[in-house]
Design a protein around this ligand. Structure first.
Ligand code: F6P
Length: 323
């Protein structure tokens, strides 16, 4: 069996805090095992263009605590074509790369499934703030995004309360309500709306009225993105209830920033496992966490899991807020 000497790493899709920590730890684990680590710039786009550089310790020394991805990332349409993947494979072969580690989310792993048919030595590490992949309980970046959202909600609530205003706050998460639910719960919001537990505008209005009647001077509504226009909803609530309201899109402040301790350690655990797997010639899977254990899910089955939604937490949130 050919010994693994050169590993390449890339980040793809939406960046997530902790991706840099993961690259840092992959580098460290490679160094401890006499493996060279190559960085692919701008995800699959850089792979297709051959933008691959050998990393030195100086390149990664200071990245462990940085949000974003120092390698850059992309959502690459060309990787969806056989020609794009063919040139990606040739570039890996040119550099004598024995294994590709891809950090990303659903789109990244979907690309890996096809790529593995011509280049089987791949390993996926889940990195997305959305935490929307059902096969794993955690993805790198989720914890930081929720903490960022809670910091913002705490701040917004203070000024809203002083002005007796309703706030309608949009969180990120693509089609998954985990960021909304966790930040609404930890941030003590009054109402939460997610795609898994959706509500009509009328239902939201009725819940706000209940909150106001119960003596809450500034109800906070947290809504996952893509469900409705929060600014429009705030305007409608203000017009119909005669209480001032503001719609706020939290946006990218959730996705940037220093990774939390939890994300750094999760990133490190995935990194160590990925290099050890490559060393023992194990490929063709994505890493995940279940019951606090690192697991390997075959590439072909990761999509068969429903995105996780914390139904018990949602019920507890409703009970506390009497909604
Ligand atoms: O996948 C992470 C994420 O931040 C989602 O929460 C969001 O819907 C999407 O990426 C936004 O992507 P972009 O920055 O490419 O518009």
């Amino acid at each position: 069996m050919k010994k693994v000497k050169n590993i390449a790493i890339l980040t793809s899709g939406g960046d997530a805090p902790g991706m840099n920590s993961c690259i840092y730890s992959v580098f460290q684990t490679c160094a401890l095992n006499g493996i060279n680590l190559y960085g692919v710039r701008r995800g699959y786009s850089g792979l297709i263009e051959g933008d691959i550089v050998k990393l030195k310790y100086d390149d990664v020394r200071d990245i462990n605590n940085l949000g974003g991805s120092f390698l850059g990332t992309s959502r690459c349409k060309e990787f969806e074509t056989p020609e794009g993947r063919q040139s990606a494979m040739q570039n890996l072969q040119k550099q004598k790369i024995d294994c590709l580690i891809a950090i990303g989310g659903d789109g990244t792993f979907t690309g890996l499934i096809e790529f593995a048919k011509i280049y089987p030595n791949v390993i996926g590490i889940p990195g997305t703030i959305d935490n929307d992949m059902g096969y794993t309980e955690r993805t790198i970046g989720f914890d930081t995004a929720v903490n960022n959202a809670v910091d913002a909600i705490d701040i917004i609530k203070q000024t809203m309360k002083a002005n007796r205003r309703i706030s309608v706050i949009e969180t990120m998460g693509r089609h998954c309500g985990m960021i909304a639910l966790h930040s609404a719960t930890a941030g003590n919001a009054s109402i939460v709306v997610t795609s898994e537990r959706n509500k009509t505008e009328q239902e939201i209005k009725e819940l706000v009225v209940k909150q106001l009647k119960r003596g809450n001077p500034a109800p906070t509504i947290v809504i996952a993105e893509k469900l409705l226009d929060v600014k429009k909803l705030a305007e409608n609530l203000e017009n119909e209830l005669g209480v001032e309201a503001r719609g706020i899109v939290l946006g990218y402040i959730q996705r940037g920033g220093s990774p939390t301790v939890s994300d750094r350690i999760t990133a490190m655990r995935f990194a160590v496992e990925s290099v050890h797997s490559a060393l023992s010639q194990q490929f063709g899977f994505v890493l995940g966490i279940r019951a606090n254990k690192i697991i390997r899910e075959p590439l072909n089955s990761f999509k068969s899991y429903q995105p996780y939604f914390d139904a018990e937490l949602f019920d507890e949130f409703c009970a506390r807020n009497k909604i």
